[in-house]
Ligand binder design. Structure first.
Ligand code: ADP
Length: 220
């Protein structure tokens, strides 16, 4: 389901979650179509995504006209209206978009989306709450303050770092974080280089400015 060359993503609903998602994808070179009913938001995002359209994503003919069926991935990021989220998701599935993701606000909302057949249901608020709890308990990652504003974090490689050489991921350039080591399947550590290709679940050591290194946990 991970994005590959030639893949394109339609993001429906450019609220806080949808905006962050769409911009992050666009900045990493992914072809992104943003759809929102709010004219101000659409104007604001004009030129920052491949295409931004003011439209009601709950209407089938609108989605058809926008060529949504040709996209490989869709993310329904509408949170304010459960009905709109469910309708948009159901059309995307009907249009056979191969990878449909949707954000759920409540467990019941998530259950409905799952029953509809949405491939990936995400719960950003509850996930983040759990993640912060892990951080507080120190279970997700080791965190070492190196002094001088630098820190070292041990964590699982976030999806956006996997599948291609670190040189190509451009993580150091984008986030000012350097991957220094990768744990091998046998438990020993090896150096990470520009040629290293990380896989999901790999444990890595990352070094960089403390504030960025802390934020790294949110990407895992
Ligand atoms: P967040 O909590 O991430 O900010 P919101 O639920 O507040 O999410 O934002 C949802 C966004 O989705 C809003 O910008 C809203 O204008 C947009 N939206 C709501 N309904 C539709 C719809 N039917 N079609 C397209 N966009 C929609």
């Amino acid at each position: 389901t991970a994005l590959g060359r030639g893949d394109s993503v339609v993001v429906i609903g450019l609220g806080r979650f949808g905006q962050a998602l769409a911009l992050e994808l666009a900045e990493s070179g992914v072809d992104v179509l943003g759809i929102d009913t709010d004219e101000t938001i659409v104007q604001d995002f004009n030129g920052r995504l491949t295409q931004v359209v003011r439209a009601d994503a709950t209407r089938e003919e609108v989605l058809r006209q926008l060529g949504v069926a040709d996209f490989t991935h869709a993310v329904v990021a509408i949170g304010s209206s459960m009905e709109a989220s469910i309708l948009a998701s159901s059309w995307l599935l009907r249009l056979n978009v191969p990878h449909v993701w949707a954000k759920a606000i409540t467990a019941a909302h998530g259950q409905i989306l799952t029953q509809l057949g949405v491939h990936h249901v995400v719960y950003p608020e509850s996930d983040m709450g759990r993640k912060v709890a892990h951080l507080l308990r120190g279970t997700i990652a080791d965190y070492l303050d190196l002094g001088g504003g630098f820190a070292m974090v041990t964590a699982q490689a976030p999806a956006l770092m996997t599948g291609k050489p670190l040189d190509k991921v451009g993580f150091r350039k984008k986030h000012n974080l350097n991957v220094v080591a990768v744990r091998q399947p046998d438990g020993s550590w090896g150096h990470a280089t520009g040629e290293t290709v990380l896989s999901r679940g790999d444990t890595i050591i990352v070094v960089g400015p403390a504030a960025v290194a802390e934020g790294f946990i949110d990407m895992t």
